[in-house]
Design a protein around this ligand. Structure first.
Ligand SMILES: [Zn+2]
Length: 170
């Protein structure tokens, strides 16, 4: 994503918003490898969490750093034009996230928020954290059967490209 200048990046991100993002695919693939079964974007839950683990009463959001305003993250840039528009939009996004998380917690869900940059930087550590949070007494990822980080990232990348090129509606 760094190949795009900030202005262009916003446009690109707007286009892929709501699709399976690369980090989302990475998280799903690793959770799957850890033996977890999950549902995707359950529409009946506040904020349509990206991943739902009913067995562990846990929902996971894989937040895009730009849209959800990851604090202190270099991806959370402010577009140069129409700043009022963006500012309002970002504030609404953050407020909505907060509200959704509160509602989910009140309904008895554990809420885990992962940031895209965190997933891309260290997918394994990120998943270890998730596993620890949802089942503290269970084994974690089996590194003997796990492809290396490069392979995982590449697989997600090609899957993501495939999704984009097959998405003619946006
Ligand atoms: Zn970030």
């Amino acid at each position: 994503m760094d190949i795009w200048p900030p202005e262009k990046r916003s446009a690109v991100m707007a286009r892929i918003r709501g699709k399976d993002t690369k980090p989302e695919l990475i998280v799903r693939s690793l959770l799957h490898r850890a033996g977890l079964r999950f549902a995707l974007r359950r529409k009946d839950l506040p904020g349509k969490p990206d991943i739902v683990l009913p067995k562990y009463s846990t929902v996971i959001f894989v937040h895009g750093c730009f849209w959800h305003r990851h604090k202190g993250c270099k991806v959370a840039t402010m577009p140069k034009s129409r700043q009022d528009f963006w500012q309002a939009k970002f504030e609404a996004n953050v407020a909505r996230d907060k509200r959704n998380q509160r509602d989910l917690k009140e309904a008895g869900w554990n809420v885990i928020v992962l940031w895209e940059c965190q997933v891309e930087r260290d997918p394994f550590a990120t998943i270890e954290k998730v596993l620890k949070a949802i089942r503290p007494d269970s084994p974690t990822l089996d590194y003997n059967t796990l492809p290396d980080k490069r392979t995982i990232l590449k697989a997600a990348e090609s899957r993501h490209q495939w999704n984009l090129s097959n998405d003619t509606n946006s």
